[in-house]
Design a protein around this ligand. Sequence first.
Ligand code: F6R
Length: 603
Amino acid sequence: MCGIVGYSGPSNSVGPIIEGLSRLEYRGYDSAGICLKINDELQIIKKEGKLDNLKELIQELKPFSHTGIGHTRWATHGGVSTDNAHPHGNDTFAVVHNGIIENAGALKKELMSEGLQFKSQTDSEVFLVLLTKFFKQSGKTLESISKAFQALTGNSAFVIIEKASDKLYCVKRSAPLVVGENSSTREAYVSSDPFALVGFAPKIYFPQDGVICESSVTNSDVQIKFYELDLTLSHRYKTQANAMTVDATTKGPYKHFMLKEIHEQSALVDKLAAYYIKDDGRKILESLKDFKPKGWHLTACGTAWHAGLVIKNFLEANNRQNASIDIASEFRYKNPILNQGEVGLFISQSGETADTLACQELCKDNGIPSYSIVNVEGSTLFRNSDKNFLIHAGVEIGVASTKAFTLQALTGYFMSRAMEGTLDNPELFTEVQLLSHRIGELCDSSDTLKDVAEKVYTKKGFIFTGRGKYFPIALEGALKLKEIAYVHAEGYAAGELKHGPIALIEENMVNIAIVGPELLEKTISNVEEVKARRGIIIIVGPTNHAEIEALADAYIPLNFEGLPNLSPLYVNVALQFLAYHIARLKGTDIDKPRNLAKSVTVE
Ligand code: F6R
């Protein structure tokens, strides 16, 4: 959730650290800070609020340093304040932390009883105080890091710098952390995400849990060493070239990353189809041919869970296979019935969502193979899965997920078709091409959705409804709107409205009704029920359907023709635009909505 960047090398570390933090700010924006080694002192500069506050301070101070660490925070332990902002430091070490130290309370009590003092309310400072205590006893940095790390429970990543050297140290347990190297410029980096290092570090190392990495830059080279916690040399890491390009880090002509990412979907759908039907992805898909597990356990969170609902429909309706779906934070604690012969399917954009990873571990412990639908290659989910179905969405920076949903659901569809052995049926390619084309059309005409937004953006609340394959889209449409427009929105199965939520309907409530060609008459009856109670009606319905249009206060016509399987993905894009335009009219921070963070790496 928090963003971490560290640098050591011949240049001023402030530039790459602040650039890296800017790229990672979408992961957490409660406060930001850096610690720089200047004239053999560790100097901390930090500030509550968004990164811009820190940038202003840095602009005034103009610091220069060859070694530093930086952090953007999404608060967990300890409120949002400058004191609780990272880095935490003293005259020996400075640390940044992502994750949660579960036994922080007990450790803090113990350390305080020994007379040791704390400056913040964070769990992170417990690591700093422990580390310093062990260092005072041994004078050895690596040994102290290892001892302090082993004393902690919970999932965390730490980056440490010290007054005594220009080295960068890091260690992690079930939290993302990568080390970067640029041998030609003699620079070493650390980050919670390779994205922060695009354009800086062409080579990326992925250390495994419990591996301490020590990076140092000499006059002739960069030395990156890995140690086990007993301080023997470790080989438990992977290396990879950083394949992302700098383009991915900018908004281009768009006002927001979210808008850019909505627009990218048409081309990404084509790209994914080519990958899975014709190119490299074909092999992994074909391994599913005639695959008939006893059942599928789908788990995910948020938008990825909604994509899972769409995929469950494919598996059940098209493949006639048993598929259950759970919210990951529920599945992990419900003592699920897991039988041999079943498969776990974990859906995640980041591949780092703590609850989803815990479900994967649970399945593994019970001998159930793990398949993933994931965006970030090399993420923890990716590394721990038996089979990975990549969605190739590129970096998703808007905190509200858009393109990942479309590509997760589409990947699930390709998996379903691969099991049927119908990947070569021409109608598959035609339908996917049509989806891409229709999304393109929506992008070209999105101003009409702006007009709809203008009619309703001041209203009190929104109920999204849909039946069957559109029910997950009602849920996702509502989630998108509440996340970015800060307005109450709920998704309901249209037929369920009269069992309770209809009590909310009055002239200030909007019903956004998805009326697809399936169950059309029944869904219209549900709309009539809302209209009779003076609710405001927006219908997303078929083109050229005067009767339905007449019911609506605003009509969003969509061409469902030719999309018997993929129309939910198409409808969803229209709702993404609607949420975007409502949020713009409300003037919210669309790419970084309040209280949220991308990639929820805490429970
Ligand atoms: C909503 C959103 C979140 C994520 C959820 C899972 O717009 O972005 O609900 O979908 O936190 O994240 P991943 O897919 O990274 O596991």
